[in-house]
Ligand binder design. Structure first.
Ligand SMILES: NC(=O)c1ccc[n+]([C@@H]2O[C@H](COP(=O)([O-])OP(=O)(O)OC[C@H]3O[C@@H](n4cnc5c(N)ncnc54)[C@H](OP(=O)(O)O)[C@@H]3O)[C@@H](O)[C@H]2O)c1
Length: 248
């Protein structure tokens, strides 16, 4: 089973949410991995719920955020959550400005109660990261970023300088996996697959990047794990860097 193989292979960071399923993803993680290894960090997110049609609905009230934290605790079988990202929902598809003071204050209260160890932000702008830091420590930012979607370049560099983790979601392109002639051309010259090159490029991009590629395949999981030891030559990195200009 994928979670067991991942952890046995050295993965110590799992990204989830109780609103995936809902509940099912956390239940699978619990069934596969509980009791958890001491060094395993499970990162979850709150701030949204699913509509009956599968849509994503903001869930930012004190009641909804508190319930979401308790749902995660119950379904993961934990007394305290390692990291909880506030998934910002002003625009479901990408970062958009708006104050996060009210929902983040609720999360900080839950942290003070001992239910949450660390807090992060997801789908956040630089301004929201700065606002968040005035309320509690922000240990990570999880935004959409990959070879072809690089709007967060300045944010990544700023977070790297400040020692805050950046966790790109959709690192392989998500529902429409990355495809590009540049990526194929670079890959042909290396003994690797395009997805391994895409992950190795992310790891090379900045020291604060942590990877959470998703897969339903054990073969892809093994392939993605091997990307951690793939060294990209400088000219390959330069070509891949230029992909952003083409995508833009
Ligand atoms: N914070 C947010 O708002 C947010 C939003 C979206 C996602 N996320 C998080 O981001 C993480 C990754 O999301 P994701 O899984 O949707 O996107 P992803 O990692 O970019 O892409 C997954 C897709 O790539 C395919 N894939 C994976 N490894 C492959 C390989 N070696 N070769 C070929 N295809 C491969 C998968 O298919 P197979 O199953 O066939 O391998 C799947 O279709 C998750 O932890 C998710 O929770 C967060």
């Amino acid at each position: 089973m994928a979670p067991r193989l991942a952890v046995a292979s050295g993965v110590n960071h799992i990204d989830t949410s109780d609103f995936y399923g809902p509940h099912v993803t956390n239940q699978i993680i619990r069934e596969a991995l509980h009791p958890y290894r001491d060094d395993l960090v499970i990162v979850t997110k709150v701030g949204a719920r699913r509509g009956p049609d599968g849509s994503w609905i903001p869930a930012f009230s004190r009641h909804e955020l508190t319930e979401a934290v308790h749902d995660n605790l119950r379904n993961l079988g934990l007394d305290v959550l390692d990291v909880v990202n506030l998934r910002i929902m002003f625009d479901v598809h990408g970062p958009a400005e708006g104050s996060i003071e009210a929902p983040l204050t609720v999360l900080a209260d839950l942290q003070r109660q001992g239910l949450v160890r660390h807090v992060g932000l997801s789908n956040a702008t630089s301004r929201q990261v700065a606002e968040g830091r005035g309320i509690t420590d922000i240990v990570c930012v999880q935004n959409q970023y990959n070879l072809a979607h690089r709007a967060d370049d300045p944010l990544i560099d700023a977070l790297a300088r400040e020692g805050t983790a950046y966790v790109p979601f959709f690192p392989l392109g998500g529902f429409t996996p990355l495809q590009s002639s540049t990526l194929s051309k670079v890959t042909e010259r290396l003994s690797a697959t395009p997805m391994q090159v895409a992950l190795a490029w992310l790891l090379h991009r900045a020291p604060n990047i942590l990877l959470i590629p998703g897969t339903s395949s054990l073969g892809h999981l093994r392939e993605n794990l091997a990307a951690a030891s793939l060294v990209l030559p400088d000219e390959a990195i330069e070509e891949l860097n230029r992909m952003a200009d083409i995508a833009a």
